[in-house]
Write a protein that binds this ligand. Structure first.
Ligand code: CDP
Length: 223
């Protein structure tokens, strides 16, 4: 039997990680873990509670009893927060505006990273995020750092919004992405950064199919 390995895909906002990771996992018959979805669910909870993001003590307490569960059983990702399906609520501009702040809190990361490590511990996973190859699974057999120009990423994200019925001006999407990259890259805990042994993969001029094919070939060399 082929050895089941771990594939870590990190990179800045809207660089194509999740679409690529999902298709790649399918092609390899692996499972896919969208760690961003976990931080999105936590951010939704924090925003819905309407407590100041500065009130760390209160958040710590709330997080202790918060449950995030990702379900892929029907072929598409469903995100459950405290037993409520929040899938359609986590990719809004409001969440995108606050998520980097929430994801930079050490106690939030501690809980999420432990959960991710438990899920992926036996291999056979494609996992995407910001710190997968550096912190969550520093020994992952394949590490990809996916990049693309800000313009390309903003266009992709604007299209995602359009597909969910939201019309957001291009400039607004550009500034949201830039702001997130800035906070994600400069936070103290687990910043977004390329692992030393990661393959840097620029997807600016590639289609999704080309991205998946390229990575699939790279991975076959490893397994
Ligand atoms: O799809 P997109 O690249 O826009 O974002 P995402 O992967 O869903 O991640 C959303 C946000 O969650 C990021 O901007 C980070 O602030 C945070 N995140 C993180 O800190 N660590 C991860 N492993 C994954 C996401």
């Amino acid at each position: 039997m082929q050895k089941k390995i771990l594939i870590a895909i990190d990179g800045p906002a809207a660089s194509g990680k999740s679409t690529t990771a999902k298709l790649l996992a399918k092609k390899l018959n692996y499972s896919y873990l969208d760690t961003g979805a976990m931080y999105r669910a936590i951010t939704l909870k924090f925003l819905e509670q309407k407590i100041d993001l500065e009130n760390l003590k209160k958040w710590k307490k709330i997080l202790e009893t918060t449950e995030v569960f990702l379900d892929y059983s029907n072929g598409n990702l469903e995100v459950w927060l405290d037993k409520v399906n929040v899938t359609s609520k986590i990719r809004t501009p409001e969440i995108n505006n606050s998520i980097s702040e929430v994801a930079s809190m050490a106690f939030v990361r501690e809980k999420m990273v432990a959960l991710q490590q438990e899920i992926g511990k036996n291999g056979g996973w494609v996992i995407d995020g910001r710190d997968i190859g550096t912190v969550v699974f520093p020994k992952a057999e394949v590490k990809i750092f996916m990049v693309a120009s800000v313009e390309v990423r903003a266009k992709r994200r604007q299209k995602d919004y359009e597909n969910s019925g939201l019309s957001i001006p291009f400039e607004q999407v550009v500034s949201e992405i830039k702001k997130r990259d800035e906070i994600d890259s400069n936070r103290e805990v687990s910043p977004l950064k390329q692992a030393k042994d990661a393959i840097v993969f620029d997807t600016s001029d590639l289609s999704i199919e080309e991205q998946v094919e390229f990575l699939y070939k790279k991975i076959l060399e490893k397994i």
